[in-house]
Design a binder for this molecule. Structure first.
Ligand code: ARG
Length: 481
C-alpha cells in the first residue's frame, strides 16, 4: 500500500492533542461538544482493563508486523510503532506508565502514548482494526494464559490429593449418604472422589481453551476490512490454531467468557464441597481432622476457638463466582449483533473469577498436606452402628436369598438389635438363625468392617487393591511417573 492511501491516517494524530486539561477523543471530528466529566467517569474502564496491557501490546505488535508485511504501512512506520510499543511495555512493567481515565480504556491509553512517542506513525497502528476486535483479542489472550495457569493449579491440587490418598490407604472411615453413616470406606477412596471432580474440571477448562484459542483480529469493527490484511500471519504470530470465520460473530462473541465462568463455577462447587467436609470433619462432633494452626484463625472473644476460615471462605467465594456467571449470562442475553458497550461489563467478573479460582486452588493445595487425620476417630466411627448391614444382605444373597427378601430380613435384624441395644457383631448365631435359617457360622466374617471394605472389589469400589489401582491408573493417565 502506497503512501497516498495511508494519508488519511494522519488525521488520527489528533488523538495525542491535549486540550485544556482534557484529551481530544479519536472520534472528536464528529462531535460538536466535549464529553461531560460524569460521562467520562461512567464509561471509563481503564481502572480495571489496564490489567490487559500486556496482551494489548502483544496484539498490537502482531498487528503492526502484519500491516508492515502487507505494505499497508511502510516498513519505517512499522519499526517506529514496534519501538514505541516496546518502550511502553517497559514503562508499564516498571510502573512508570501513567494511565489516564479520560482516555477511557487500555486500548486508547496505549495508542495515545504511542502517538505521543513516535508521532504520526503511531496513528497508523489502528489501521484495519477496531477496538471491537482488539478487545476480543485481548480477552482471549488473557484467558488463554489464565486457563493454562488454572489447569496447572488444579493438577497441583490433584497431586496433593493423590499423595494423601496413598498415605491414608489403610485408614477406614464411614462413607455417608444423607450425612448418615452408610458403609465403611477407605479415606483414600473418599479423597479420590475429589480427584475425579478435579479431573473433570481440568477437562472442562481444556475444552474451553479450544474456543478461547480463536483469533478475532482482522474482523475490524464488524464487517471485516477493505485493506489487504493477512489474518493467518497474525494467527501464527499470536499462536492461535484457529481464525474466526465470521467477522460479526467474532466481535460480538463472548461465549468463551461464559464457558470459562461456567467451568470456574463448577470447580468452585467442587472446592466448596471439599471445604464443607473439612469444616465438618474438623468440628468436635466429627473430630476426624485437625487443621493446621497456621491456616486457621481464632476468636476475638472466645479464647478456646480455632476456626476453619480457609475452607469457609472458599465455600463462600463459590457464591461470588456463580454471581459472575449469572452476571455475564444476563449481559449477553438478548444483545443484538454485533458489539455493544454492555460487553465491557464482562471484565470485572472475569478478573475477579480468575483471582478467586486461583487463590482458592493455591491455598487449598498448601493447606491440605498439613491436615492431621485422626485415624482412630475415623475408624471408631466406622465400627459403630450398622454400617455392615448391606454386607449381611449380600451374604444372604450369596446363600440364594433374593435381594429384596434379604434386605427385609436384615432390616428386621437391625430393628431387633436396636430394641435390644446390641450391634450386629453382638448377636449369637442362634439369634441370627431366628431370622434366617441360611445364616451359618461364617456370618461373623462379613460383619467385620475390614472385610466389608475388602469385599467392595468391583471396579471403582473401595477395596484397597481397587483404590491402589485407581491411583496407579490416574498417575499413568497423567504421565506423573
Ligand atoms: N472498553 C471496551 C470494552 O471493554 C472496548 C471496546 C470499545 N468499543 C467501542 N466501540 N466502544 O468492551
Amino acid at each position: 500500500m502506497g503512501k497516498k492511501d495511508s494519508l488519511h491516517l494522519e488525521d488520527s494524530m489528533s488523538i495525542s492533542v491535549r486540550t485544556a486539561g482534557s484529551f481530544k477523543k479519536p472520534w472528536a471530528g464528529r462531535f460538536g461538544k466535549k464529553t461531560e466529566k460524569i460521562v467520562e467517569a461512567f464509561t471509563s474502564s481503564v481502572s480495571f482493563d489496564r490489567r490487559l496491557w500486556r496482551y494489548d501490546i502483544e496484539g498490537s505488535i502482531a498487528h503492526a508486523k502484519m500491516l508492515g508485511k502487507q505494505k499497508i504501512i511502510s516498513k519505517e512506520d512499522m519499526e517506529l510503532i514496534l519501538k514505541g510499543l516496546r518502550e511502553i511495555r517497559e514503562e508499564i512493567e516498571k510502573g512508570k506508565f501513567k494511565f489516564i481515565e479520560e482516555l477511557e480504556d487500555i486500548h486508547m491509553n496505549i495508542e495515545h502514548e504511542l502517538i505521543k512517542k513516535v508521532g504520526p506513525a503511531g496513528g497508523k497502528l489502528h489501521t484495519a482494526r477496531s477496538r471491537n476486535d482488539q478487545v476480543a483479542l485481548d480477552m482471549r489472550l488473557f484467558l488463554r494464559d489464565e486457563i493454562n495457569e488454572i489447569m496447572r493449579l488444579i493438577e497441583d491440587l490433584q497431586k496433593v490429593i493423590v499423595g494423601l490418598a496413598e498415605k491414608h490407604i489403610d485408614t477406614i472411615m464411614p462413607g455417608y449418604t444423607h450425612l448418615q453413616r452408610a458403609q465403611p470406606v477407605l479415606l483414600g477412596h473418599h479423597l479420590l472422589a475429589y480427584l475425579e471432580m478435579l479431573e473433570r474440571d481440568r477437562e472442562r477448562f481444556n475444552e474451553c481453551l479450544k474456543r478461547v484459542n480463536v483469533l478475532p483480529l482482522g474482523s475490524a469493527a464488524l464487517s471485516g476490512t477493505g485493506l489487504p490484511v493477512d489474518r493467518k500471519y497474525m494467527a501464527g504470530l499470536l499462536k492461535f490454531p484457529a481464525i474466526s470465520r465470521n467477522s460479526m460473530d467474532a466481535v460480538s462473541d463472548r461465549d468463551f467468557v461464559i464457558e470459562f465462568l461456567s467451568a470456574s463455577s463448577m470447580l468452585m462447587v467442587h472446592l466448596s464441597r471439599l471445604s464443607e467436609e473439612l469444616i465438618l470433619w474438623s468440628s468436635a462432633e466429627f473430630g476426624f481432622i485437625e487443621l493446621p494452626d497456621s491456616y486457621c484463625t481464632g476468636s476475638s472473644i472466645m479464647p478456646q476457638k480455632k476456626n476453619p476460615d480457609i475452607p469457609e471462605l472458599i465455600r463462600g467465594k463459590a457464591g461470588r463466582v456463580f454471581g459472575h456467571l449469572i452476571a455475564v449470562l444476563t449481559v449477553l442475553k438478548g444483545l443484538p449483533l454485533t458489539y455493544n458497550r454492555d460487553m465491557q461489563e464482562d471484565k470485572e467478573p472475569i478478573f475477579d473469577t480468575v483471582d478467586t479460582v486461583k487463590s482458592s486452588l493455591s491455598v487449598l493445595g498448601k493447606m491440605m498436606p498439613l491436615i492431621r487425620f485422626n485415624k482412630e476417630a475415623m475408624e471408631k466411627a466406622a465400627q459403630d452402628g450398622f454400617l455392615v448391614a448391606t454386607d449381611l444382605a449380600e451374604y444372604l444373597v450369596e446363600k440364594g436369598i433374593p435381594f429384596r427378601e434379604a434386605h427385609e430380613t436384615v432390616g428386621r435384624i437391625v430393628r431387633y438389635c436396636i430394641e435390644n441395644n446390641k450391634t450386629l457383631r453382638d448377636l449369637e448365631l442362634m439369634e441370627f438363625r431366628r431370622f434366617s435359617k441360611v445364616i451359618e457360622k461364617d456370618v461373623s466374617k462379613c460383619l467385620m468392617v475390614k472385610e466389608s471394605i475388602k469385599r467392595k472389589n468391583s471396579y471403582g469400589g473401595t477395596a484397597k487393591n481397587r483404590v491402589l489401582a485407581a491411583i496407579k491408573e490416574f498417575r499413568k493417565m497423567k504421565c506423573w511417573e
